[in-house]
Design a protein around this ligand. Structure first.
Ligand code: ADP
Ligand code: ZN
Ligand code: ZN
Length: 737
């Protein structure tokens, strides 16, 4: 190592300290830089990287004289705008990078608010208040000077926030600066507001039991599954638990699915704790606001953090409890970049912080139920609706194979809707779009547009009037009649909301119909309008997709109609049934929430399907047990643990060749560890943006064995030349297979 390599810093002093720095680059290592002053883990720095200057985060500092075999550059700047990033976040990031086998730097930068990823200092508004000191009270502040006097008087009465200062008079800022120098005023943190609780109701017996069990738990806490039917009062239990945590002076993290984080949910929380500072974090929060919420949580000002999956990375120095509502919801899993599952990270985080975590759901996912079976989680049950008068809705299955239908709606459904319209009661018509692929089917014989070359279904492309296979690329014209029975009445399964709206207004001319889908809710105020209309009684029938399923409180729904549920049963995804059940339970749960029992009508070709039978009987447990049994027989998760290596290349052949190479290289390791390798196989959606995709699945009944092989894989693969010629990614615990 030459003298030149051991660089001198600008002042010419010899530099002997060095740090490891994480950068937002797709490389697995951290990078070494020299520094002229000691830096701590979590400090944001500016460093040269190639031709660029990037924001980095110190992961480790070396105080001894470390000898480097290569030339090493210096840290350019240290951002002192914030203290070093807190340990709770850095620890979680480290775990996530390790568990998801993702580059550490990229994992860390995923966890940070955008503003902290940029190579510049952030400017945070000073939230501290101005407070008069004893010297200030005794000071002579020139009573004849109007502004000074007004300011002094205001301060003598109470602490002033920056906004309050500006309100006193222009020019107050300069005066305060002067007084600060004289020691007459000081900056102080706002005193924590007292805990005020409004509108709590006495818990019923089942709620109380759950509540007490959770509060009585001792570290190390096992995660709690709060399994309660829709409307059983899970949220009320969360709120009362949160009250206890806040009273103990600690913070709460509440994770909810994106679709549930509605203004109404926030309102329910703020109504309950009117003086408690809360931070809401979801993808629609602007970058600046997000940073402030993040820092507020970090510095302990925000006492409740409620947010979607990304909120799991929020620093919470006084974390007292974690709640994950609708823990089964697919939106907790990130589908690109760092493919993390926020629920699973939340469980780790709660364990690490030695605080309780509550996973709530009416339809827990099978992974969670398996954890209950294995004794890792404990289950608490709320079997009935919380309102005394409210009972679960009456679910009826309408067999559409023989029923006469117009525009897909049976006479029975139309009659039921007409009756509600006459009585001016609110109905909901729900079209399932989950697992939705517009395949063509015959209404007579049940023929489905299958691919002649492979087992996939052909998907309709209406504009091109073509049927296409997304597996193998086969293409044909849309037939004019059923190839099997000659029936001319063949149509795409799965009506769109617009078509349905039109059909309904033809069939029920006097009904006032409101369509809710992505198109009609684009505008920011759209939901406000929708609520106003619904609550003013201006709507008879709501038509929409899963946007309507949960979270929104439309008051009492008298009737819920479910269409096109069958489409999900054609899915190639082994989780489709589980998801459909959860989805339909949510929708059905919208019926009869107040003092009236609701009615649910579900049109299906398979009224005897165990899924629909269980739904009608409100028997989730039995259906879940059947599904679990099936998964164990087939060796699917949760009976095994999976990881997926995906590759995309200009051609499928290239992607396959790459994965085959990986497979061969892994085979000895995998075999020794008891990890099975399946594939490579083309992805469900093979072609995307002119690239073709394939995947290799690794699976094992033992999680540790799987991760052992993944360690080997991620050690070896990035150094292979071929890994740089195409795109690949690793998905641990994939949700879409
Ligand atoms: P979930 O979260 O399980 O869907 P909620 O907590 O939203 O259930 O409760 C459903 C309804 O029942 C709400 O209107 C809520 O105010 C009411 N509720 C909850 N618990 C009670 C209780 N103990 N007594 C009376 N009403 C309750
Ligand atoms: Zn036919
Ligand atoms: Zn095909």
């Amino acid at each position: 190592m030459s003298d030149k390599d051991l660089r001198l810093n600008d002042e010419g002093a010899s530099v002997s300290l060095s740090v490891d720095v994480a950068l937002d680059v797709p490389l697995w290592s951290t990078f070494s830089y020299l520094t002229d002053r000691p830096l701590s883990r979590g400090q944001r720095v500016l460093v040269p990287f190639g031709a660029r200057r990037m924001c980095g985060v110190v992961t480790k500092s070396h105080n001894e004289n470390k000898v480097y075999a290569f030339s090493i550059k210096c840290v350019d700047d240290v951002f002192d705008d914030l203290p070093p990033l807190p340990d709770d976040v850095l620890d979680l990031v480290e775990f996530a990078a390790h568990y998801y086998h993702h580059p550490y730097g990229q994992t860390l930068f995923t966890a940070l608010p955008t503003a902290l990823r940029e190579p510049r200092a952030v400017r945070l508004p000073d939230r501290r208040v101005w407070r008069l000191t004893a010297a200030g009270r005794a000071a002579d502040v020139a009573p004849r000077h109007k502004v000074r006097h007004a300011l002094w008087q205001a301060l003598a009465e109470r602490d002033l926030t920056p906004e309050a200062v500006r309100a006193v008079a222009a020019g107050s800022g300069a005066i305060l600066k002067d007084w600060l120098a004289r020691g007459w005023v000081a900056r102080a943190d706002v005193a924590a507001p007292s805990l005020k609780v409004e509108g709590a109701v006495p818990l019923n017996a089942a709620q109380r039991e759950a509540y007490e069990a959770i509060l009585a738990g001792e570290a190390p806490h096992k995660p709690w599954l709060l399994h309660g039917v829709t409307g059983s009062g899970k949220t009320e239990v969360y709120l009362q638990l949160i009250e206890q945590v806040l009273a103990a002076g600690r913070q709460v993290l509440v994770l909810v699915p994106e679709i549930n984080l509605t203004p109404q949910l926030i309102a329910r929380f703020t109504h309950r704790f009117p003086q408690t500072p809360m931070a809401a974090l979801h993808s629609n929060v602007a970058d600046g606001e997000r940073l402030h919420a993040w820092v507020d949580a970090w510095q302990g000002r925000a006492r409740i953090v409620i947010g979607t999956r990304l909120a799991v990375f929020t620093p919470l120095p006084q974390l007292g409890m974690v709640i994950v509502d609708e823990e089964h919801d697919g939106s907790f899993k990130q589908q690109d970049g760092l493919r993390y599952h926020a629920r699973d990270l939340a469980v780790w985080r709660a364990h690490r912080a030695a605080v309780p975590i509550v996973l709530g759901s009416a339809t827990p996912c099978l992974e969670t139920l398996a954890n209950v079976d294995a004794g890792r989680y404990r289950r608490l049950v709320l079997a009935e609706r919380a309102h005394e008068a409210a009972s679960l809705p009456d679910v009826r299955l309408l067999d559409i194979r023989r029923a006469k239908r117009s525009e897909g709606l049976t006479d029975e459904v139309l009659a039921a809707l007409a009756e509600r319209v006459r009585k001016r009661e609110l109905s909901l018509v729900y079209i399932n779009r989950r697992g939705f692929a517009p395949v063509v089917a015959c209404t007579e014989c049940g023929w489905l547009s299958g691919c002649p070359r492979c087992s996939a279904k052909l998907v309709v492309h209406l504009l091109a009037r073509k049927l296409r296979c997304h597996h193998c690329g086969w293409e044909e014209a849309v037939p004019h009649a059923c190839p099997d029975c000659g029936n001319p009445d063949i149509k795409p399964l799965g009506e769109g909301t617009q078509r349905l709206e039109a059909a309904l207004s033809r069939a029920l001319p006097s009904a006032r119909i409101l369509r809710i889908d992505r198109d009609t809710t684009q505008r920011r105020e759209a939901w406000d309008d929708i609520y106003r209309q619904v609550h003013a009684g201006e709507v008879d029938i709501l038509v929409g997709t899963q946007m309507l399923a949960k979270g929104h409180d439309f008051g009492a729904l008298s009737l819920v109609v479910i269409l096109n549920a069958d489409a999900a049963l054609y899915s190639a995804d082994f989780r489709a049934g589980e998801r459909l059940f959860a989805q339909l339970t949510q929708v059905a749960g919208r019926a009869g929430r107040a003092d009236r029992p609701g009615e649910v009508l579900l049109q299906t070709q398979w009224p005897d399907h165990p899924l629909f039978r269980a739904l009608a009987a409100h028997d989730f447990d039995r259906y879940a047990a059947e599904l679990l049994q099936e998964r164990r027989l087939l060796g699917f998760p949760p009976a095994c643990f999976q990881a997926q290596l995906r590759a995309d290349a200009p051609s499928l052949a290239e992607a396959n060749a790459f994965l085959l190479g990986v497979r061969d290289a892994l085979a000895p390791q995998a075999e020794a560890a008891g990890v099975a390798l399946a594939g490579p196989a083309p992805a469900l959606m093979v072609k995307l943006a002119n690239r073709e995709r394939a995947q290799l699945v690794l699976e094992s009944p033992r999680r540790a064995a799987l991760h052992h092989v993944l360690d080997y894989l991620t050690d070896w693969l990035p150094s292979q030349p071929v890994a740089r010629t195409l795109r690949w990614s690793l998905d641990v615990d994939p949700q879409d297979t």
